[in-house]
Design a protein around this ligand. Sequence first.
Ligand SMILES: Nc1ncnc2c1ncn2[C@@H]1O[C@H](COP(=O)(O)OP(=O)(O)OP(=O)(O)O)[C@@H](O)[C@H]1O
Length: 317
Amino acid sequence: MTMTTTPTTTRHSVVELTQVSRWYGNVVAVNDVTMTIGPGVTGLLGPNGAGKSTLLHMMAGFLAPSGGSATLNGRRIWRNHEIYRLIGLVPEKEAVYGFLTGWQFVLSAARLHGLPSPADAATRALDLVEMSPAKDRRIETYSKGMRQRVKVAAALVHDPQVLLLDEPFNGMDPRQRLHLMDLVRQLGEAGRTILFSSHILEEVERVAQQIEVLVAGRHAASGNFREIRRRMTDRPHLFRVRSSDDRRLAAALIADASSSAVSLTDQGVEVQAVDFSRFTSLLPKLARDLDIHLWQVSPTDEDLESVFSYLISRSSA
Ligand SMILES: Nc1ncnc2c1ncn2[C@@H]1O[C@H](COP(=O)(O)OP(=O)(O)OP(=O)(O)O)[C@@H](O)[C@H]1O
Protein backbone atom coordinates (compact mmCIF):
# COMPACT_ATOMS: atom_id res chain seq x y z
CA MET A 1 0.00 0.00 0.00
CA THR A 2 1.39 3.41 -0.86
CA MET A 3 0.70 6.39 1.27
CA THR A 4 0.97 10.10 0.89
CA THR A 5 1.36 12.49 3.78
CA THR A 6 0.96 16.20 3.86
CA PRO A 7 4.22 17.82 4.87
CA THR A 8 2.57 21.00 6.13
CA THR A 9 1.30 19.46 9.37
CA THR A 10 3.57 19.24 12.40
CA ARG A 11 3.47 15.68 13.56
CA HIS A 12 4.25 15.21 17.17
CA SER A 13 1.05 15.43 19.07
CA VAL A 14 0.49 14.33 22.63
CA VAL A 15 -2.91 13.79 24.19
CA GLU A 16 -2.81 13.99 27.94
CA LEU A 17 -5.50 12.94 30.38
CA THR A 18 -5.02 14.03 33.95
CA GLN A 19 -7.28 12.48 36.57
CA VAL A 20 -10.14 12.44 34.12
CA SER A 21 -13.54 11.20 35.27
CA ARG A 22 -16.89 11.13 33.56
CA TRP A 23 -20.18 10.13 35.01
CA TYR A 24 -23.66 9.80 33.58
CA GLY A 25 -26.07 10.38 36.47
CA ASN A 26 -25.00 7.77 39.00
CA VAL A 27 -22.94 5.74 36.54
CA VAL A 28 -19.21 6.35 36.73
CA ALA A 29 -18.07 5.53 33.19
CA VAL A 30 -14.48 6.78 33.54
CA ASN A 31 -12.85 7.01 36.94
CA ASP A 32 -9.75 9.11 37.65
CA VAL A 33 -7.78 8.17 34.54
CA THR A 34 -4.34 9.62 33.89
CA MET A 35 -2.60 8.65 30.66
CA THR A 36 -0.45 10.09 27.91
CA ILE A 37 -0.88 9.12 24.27
CA GLY A 38 1.99 10.05 21.97
CA PRO A 39 2.81 9.55 18.27
CA GLY A 40 2.46 6.05 16.82
CA VAL A 41 -0.31 3.55 17.45
CA THR A 42 -1.71 2.95 20.91
CA GLY A 43 -4.38 0.37 21.66
CA LEU A 44 -7.04 1.04 24.28
CA LEU A 45 -7.95 -2.42 25.52
CA GLY A 46 -10.87 -3.22 27.77
CA PRO A 47 -14.00 -5.34 28.06
CA ASN A 48 -17.40 -4.06 26.96
CA GLY A 49 -18.63 -1.22 29.12
CA ALA A 50 -15.13 -0.39 30.39
CA GLY A 51 -15.52 3.24 29.35
CA LYS A 52 -13.47 3.16 26.14
CA SER A 53 -15.99 5.08 24.01
CA THR A 54 -16.49 7.65 26.75
CA LEU A 55 -12.73 8.16 26.98
CA LEU A 56 -12.34 8.53 23.21
CA HIS A 57 -15.23 10.99 23.06
CA MET A 58 -13.59 13.13 25.73
CA MET A 59 -10.32 13.05 23.78
CA ALA A 60 -12.18 14.06 20.63
CA GLY A 61 -13.91 17.00 22.32
CA PHE A 62 -17.36 15.41 21.97
CA LEU A 63 -17.86 15.10 25.71
CA ALA A 64 -16.75 17.24 28.62
CA PRO A 65 -14.90 15.49 31.43
CA SER A 66 -16.86 15.66 34.71
CA GLY A 67 -13.53 16.05 36.48
CA GLY A 68 -9.85 16.35 35.55
CA SER A 69 -8.45 17.64 32.28
CA ALA A 70 -7.95 16.42 28.72
CA THR A 71 -5.41 18.32 26.64
CA LEU A 72 -3.72 18.11 23.26
CA ASN A 73 -0.21 19.50 23.21
CA GLY A 74 -0.95 21.22 26.49
CA ARG A 75 -4.15 22.90 25.30
CA ARG A 76 -7.57 22.04 26.62
CA ILE A 77 -9.60 19.97 24.17
CA TRP A 78 -13.18 20.65 25.31
CA ARG A 79 -14.80 23.60 23.50
CA ASN A 80 -11.56 24.48 21.73
CA HIS A 81 -12.25 24.76 18.03
CA GLU A 82 -8.65 25.16 17.03
CA ILE A 83 -7.88 21.89 18.72
CA TYR A 84 -10.81 20.13 17.05
CA ARG A 85 -9.10 20.76 13.73
CA LEU A 86 -6.21 18.58 14.86
CA ILE A 87 -8.35 15.59 15.81
CA GLY A 88 -10.29 13.03 13.78
CA LEU A 89 -12.70 10.49 15.29
CA VAL A 90 -13.93 7.31 13.65
CA PRO A 91 -17.02 6.47 15.71
CA GLU A 92 -18.11 2.93 16.46
CA LYS A 93 -21.65 3.49 15.23
CA GLU A 94 -22.40 3.27 11.52
CA ALA A 95 -22.81 7.01 11.19
CA VAL A 96 -22.89 6.89 7.41
CA TYR A 97 -25.75 7.65 5.04
CA GLY A 98 -26.19 4.69 2.73
CA PHE A 99 -27.71 6.77 -0.05
CA LEU A 100 -24.56 8.89 -0.40
CA THR A 101 -21.61 7.78 -2.47
CA GLY A 102 -18.27 7.46 -0.73
CA TRP A 103 -17.16 10.59 -2.55
CA GLN A 104 -20.21 12.63 -1.42
CA PHE A 105 -19.77 11.47 2.17
CA VAL A 106 -16.10 12.40 2.41
CA LEU A 107 -16.64 15.64 0.49
CA SER A 108 -19.38 16.69 2.92
CA ALA A 109 -16.97 16.03 5.82
CA ALA A 110 -14.42 18.28 4.06
CA ARG A 111 -17.05 21.02 3.66
CA LEU A 112 -18.13 20.73 7.28
CA HIS A 113 -14.53 21.43 8.26
CA GLY A 114 -14.62 24.51 6.03
CA LEU A 115 -11.52 23.37 4.14
CA PRO A 116 -10.34 25.74 1.38
CA SER A 117 -10.23 23.00 -1.29
CA PRO A 118 -12.72 20.37 -0.14
CA ALA A 119 -12.57 18.35 -3.36
CA ASP A 120 -8.78 18.06 -3.21
CA ALA A 121 -8.93 17.07 0.43
CA ALA A 122 -11.61 14.44 -0.25
CA THR A 123 -9.59 13.01 -3.15
CA ARG A 124 -6.50 12.81 -0.97
CA ALA A 125 -8.33 11.12 1.92
CA LEU A 126 -10.00 8.56 -0.35
CA ASP A 127 -6.65 7.78 -1.97
CA LEU A 128 -5.09 7.30 1.41
CA VAL A 129 -7.56 4.56 2.38
CA GLU A 130 -7.52 3.10 -1.15
CA MET A 131 -11.18 3.80 -1.74
CA SER A 132 -10.85 5.93 -4.86
CA PRO A 133 -11.87 3.13 -7.27
CA ALA A 134 -15.18 2.68 -5.38
CA LYS A 135 -15.80 6.33 -4.53
CA ASP A 136 -18.79 6.75 -6.87
CA ARG A 137 -20.72 3.81 -5.50
CA ARG A 138 -23.37 4.33 -2.84
CA ILE A 139 -22.18 3.49 0.66
CA GLU A 140 -25.05 0.99 1.09
CA THR A 141 -23.37 -1.19 -1.56
CA TYR A 142 -20.07 -1.25 0.37
CA SER A 143 -18.81 -4.15 2.46
CA LYS A 144 -18.29 -3.56 6.18
CA GLY A 145 -14.56 -3.09 5.57
CA MET A 146 -15.12 -0.52 2.82
CA ARG A 147 -17.57 1.36 5.01
CA GLN A 148 -15.04 1.45 7.77
CA ARG A 149 -12.38 2.77 5.40
CA VAL A 150 -14.65 5.48 4.10
CA LYS A 151 -15.32 6.51 7.71
CA VAL A 152 -11.55 6.69 8.24
CA ALA A 153 -11.28 8.86 5.10
CA ALA A 154 -13.94 11.24 6.48
CA ALA A 155 -12.08 11.42 9.79
CA LEU A 156 -8.78 12.10 7.99
CA VAL A 157 -10.10 14.62 5.46
CA HIS A 158 -8.76 17.61 7.37
CA ASP A 159 -5.40 15.87 7.84
CA PRO A 160 -5.57 15.70 11.64
CA GLN A 161 -2.52 14.91 13.76
CA VAL A 162 -4.57 12.75 16.07
CA LEU A 163 -6.80 9.93 14.90
CA LEU A 164 -9.12 8.18 17.34
CA LEU A 165 -10.89 4.99 16.26
CA ASP A 166 -13.61 3.29 18.28
CA GLU A 167 -13.61 -0.51 17.82
CA PRO A 168 -12.54 -0.12 14.17
CA PHE A 169 -12.05 -3.83 13.46
CA ASN A 170 -15.41 -5.01 14.82
CA GLY A 171 -17.47 -7.16 12.49
CA MET A 172 -14.89 -7.31 9.69
CA ASP A 173 -13.83 -10.42 7.90
CA PRO A 174 -10.16 -11.41 8.38
CA ARG A 175 -8.98 -10.01 5.06
CA GLN A 176 -10.61 -6.63 5.60
CA ARG A 177 -9.30 -6.58 9.14
CA LEU A 178 -5.71 -7.12 7.92
CA HIS A 179 -6.15 -4.38 5.35
CA LEU A 180 -7.38 -1.84 7.91
CA MET A 181 -4.71 -2.92 10.41
CA ASP A 182 -2.12 -2.24 7.75
CA LEU A 183 -3.55 1.21 7.13
CA VAL A 184 -3.67 2.09 10.84
CA ARG A 185 -0.08 0.91 11.26
CA GLN A 186 1.08 3.02 8.33
CA LEU A 187 -0.72 6.10 9.57
CA GLY A 188 1.09 5.63 12.88
CA GLU A 189 4.45 5.16 11.15
CA ALA A 190 3.87 8.46 9.36
CA GLY A 191 3.98 10.12 12.79
CA ARG A 192 0.32 10.56 13.62
CA THR A 193 -0.92 9.99 17.13
CA ILE A 194 -3.38 7.14 16.86
CA LEU A 195 -5.52 5.55 19.52
CA PHE A 196 -7.94 2.74 18.80
CA SER A 197 -10.17 0.82 21.16
CA SER A 198 -10.73 -2.91 21.21
CA HIS A 199 -11.80 -5.68 23.56
CA ILE A 200 -9.53 -8.23 21.87
CA LEU A 201 -5.95 -8.52 23.09
CA GLU A 202 -4.66 -10.22 19.92
CA GLU A 203 -6.04 -7.41 17.80
CA VAL A 204 -4.32 -4.78 19.91
CA GLU A 205 -1.04 -6.71 19.94
CA ARG A 206 -0.90 -6.84 16.18
CA VAL A 207 -1.24 -3.14 15.58
CA ALA A 208 -0.22 -1.18 18.64
CA GLN A 209 3.23 -0.47 20.02
CA GLN A 210 1.71 0.71 23.27
CA ILE A 211 -1.29 -0.68 25.12
CA GLU A 212 -3.45 1.03 27.72
CA VAL A 213 -5.86 -1.22 29.57
CA LEU A 214 -9.15 0.15 30.87
CA VAL A 215 -11.34 -1.92 33.18
CA ALA A 216 -14.55 -0.71 34.83
CA GLY A 217 -13.65 2.88 34.05
CA ARG A 218 -10.21 2.64 35.60
CA HIS A 219 -6.76 2.61 34.05
CA ALA A 220 -5.63 -0.91 34.91
CA ALA A 221 -2.31 -1.32 33.07
CA SER A 222 0.00 0.33 30.60
CA GLY A 223 2.91 -0.94 28.54
CA ASN A 224 4.00 -2.60 25.33
CA PHE A 225 2.39 -5.93 24.50
CA ARG A 226 5.24 -7.92 26.05
CA GLU A 227 4.73 -6.17 29.37
CA ILE A 228 0.96 -6.58 29.22
CA ARG A 229 1.31 -10.25 28.25
CA ARG A 230 3.77 -10.82 31.07
CA ARG A 231 1.46 -9.21 33.60
CA MET A 232 -1.34 -11.41 32.35
CA THR A 233 0.79 -14.57 32.52
CA ASP A 234 2.18 -13.66 35.94
CA ARG A 235 -1.25 -13.64 37.50
CA PRO A 236 -2.43 -16.65 39.53
CA HIS A 237 -3.90 -19.29 37.23
CA LEU A 238 -6.54 -21.77 38.22
CA PHE A 239 -6.02 -25.23 36.74
CA ARG A 240 -8.05 -28.39 36.88
CA VAL A 241 -5.99 -31.57 36.68
CA ARG A 242 -7.37 -35.08 36.25
CA SER A 243 -5.01 -37.99 36.73
CA SER A 244 -4.73 -41.66 37.61
CA ASP A 245 -4.10 -40.73 41.29
CA ASP A 246 -5.48 -37.30 42.15
CA ARG A 247 -4.90 -37.70 45.89
CA ARG A 248 -1.16 -38.41 45.66
CA LEU A 249 -0.74 -35.71 43.00
CA ALA A 250 -2.53 -33.15 45.20
CA ALA A 251 -0.28 -34.00 48.15
CA ALA A 252 2.84 -33.54 46.03
CA LEU A 253 1.61 -30.26 44.57
CA ILE A 254 0.70 -28.83 47.94
CA ALA A 255 4.31 -29.32 49.08
CA ASP A 256 5.61 -27.00 46.38
CA ALA A 257 5.64 -23.21 46.46
CA SER A 258 4.38 -22.87 42.89
CA SER A 259 0.79 -23.36 44.10
CA SER A 260 -1.01 -21.34 46.74
CA ALA A 261 -4.04 -23.61 47.06
CA VAL A 262 -4.75 -27.19 46.08
CA SER A 263 -8.10 -28.90 46.54
CA LEU A 264 -9.58 -32.26 45.64
CA THR A 265 -12.95 -32.13 43.92
CA ASP A 266 -15.20 -34.58 42.07
CA GLN A 267 -13.71 -33.36 38.84
CA GLY A 268 -10.06 -33.74 39.85
CA VAL A 269 -7.49 -31.53 41.53
CA GLU A 270 -7.96 -27.79 41.47
CA VAL A 271 -4.74 -25.88 41.70
CA GLN A 272 -4.19 -22.19 42.15
CA ALA A 273 -0.78 -21.72 40.53
CA VAL A 274 1.00 -18.58 41.64
CA ASP A 275 4.18 -19.27 39.68
CA PHE A 276 2.99 -20.17 36.21
CA SER A 277 6.25 -21.33 34.64
CA ARG A 278 7.37 -23.27 37.72
CA PHE A 279 4.01 -25.01 37.95
CA THR A 280 3.92 -25.96 34.26
CA SER A 281 7.36 -27.57 34.44
CA LEU A 282 6.75 -29.14 37.86
CA LEU A 283 3.53 -30.94 36.98
CA PRO A 284 4.88 -33.31 34.28
CA LYS A 285 7.99 -33.93 36.35
CA LEU A 286 5.95 -34.90 39.43
CA ALA A 287 3.72 -37.15 37.35
CA ARG A 288 6.76 -38.91 35.93
CA ASP A 289 8.50 -39.32 39.31
CA LEU A 290 5.34 -40.59 41.02
CA ASP A 291 4.28 -42.70 38.06
CA ILE A 292 0.93 -40.93 37.77
CA HIS A 293 -0.82 -40.53 34.42
CA LEU A 294 -2.09 -37.06 33.62
CA TRP A 295 -5.42 -37.27 31.80
CA GLN A 296 -6.39 -33.65 31.65
CA VAL A 297 -4.78 -30.34 32.53
CA SER A 298 -6.99 -27.38 31.78
CA PRO A 299 -6.94 -23.76 32.80
CA THR A 300 -10.33 -22.75 34.17
CA ASP A 301 -10.00 -18.98 34.14
CA GLU A 302 -8.41 -18.16 30.82
CA ASP A 303 -11.15 -15.86 29.60
CA LEU A 304 -10.29 -12.24 29.11
CA GLU A 305 -12.76 -11.12 31.77
CA SER A 306 -10.81 -12.88 34.50
CA VAL A 307 -7.55 -11.45 33.17
CA PHE A 308 -9.10 -8.01 33.31
CA SER A 309 -10.37 -8.54 36.86
CA TYR A 310 -6.89 -9.57 37.87
CA LEU A 311 -5.35 -6.46 36.36
CA ILE A 312 -7.86 -4.18 38.04
CA SER A 313 -7.31 -5.85 41.42
CA ARG A 314 -3.56 -5.32 40.99
CA SER A 315 -3.90 -1.71 39.97
CA SER A 316 -5.99 -0.90 43.03
CA ALA A 317 -3.66 -2.77 45.41
N1 LIG B 1 -25.15 8.30 27.60
C1 LIG B 1 -25.04 7.45 28.61
N2 LIG B 1 -25.90 7.48 29.66
C2 LIG B 1 -25.76 6.63 30.70
N3 LIG B 1 -24.78 5.72 30.82
C3 LIG B 1 -23.89 5.64 29.83
C4 LIG B 1 -23.96 6.50 28.67
N4 LIG B 1 -22.93 6.18 27.84
C5 LIG B 1 -22.26 5.18 28.44
N5 LIG B 1 -22.82 4.86 29.64
C6 LIG B 1 -22.32 3.84 30.59
O1 LIG B 1 -20.98 4.13 30.88
C7 LIG B 1 -20.19 2.94 30.94
C8 LIG B 1 -19.06 3.01 29.92
O2 LIG B 1 -19.61 2.99 28.60
P1 LIG B 1 -18.72 3.08 27.28
O3 LIG B 1 -19.64 2.99 26.12
O4 LIG B 1 -17.82 4.24 27.38
O5 LIG B 1 -17.84 1.76 27.40
P2 LIG B 1 -17.07 0.96 26.27
O6 LIG B 1 -15.85 0.42 26.91
O7 LIG B 1 -16.90 1.80 25.07
O8 LIG B 1 -18.05 -0.22 25.98
P3 LIG B 1 -18.60 -0.77 24.59
O9 LIG B 1 -17.43 -1.36 23.90
O10 LIG B 1 -19.61 -1.79 25.03
O11 LIG B 1 -19.21 0.43 23.90
C9 LIG B 1 -21.16 1.81 30.71
O12 LIG B 1 -21.57 1.34 31.97
C10 LIG B 1 -22.31 2.45 29.99
O13 LIG B 1 -23.51 1.76 30.25
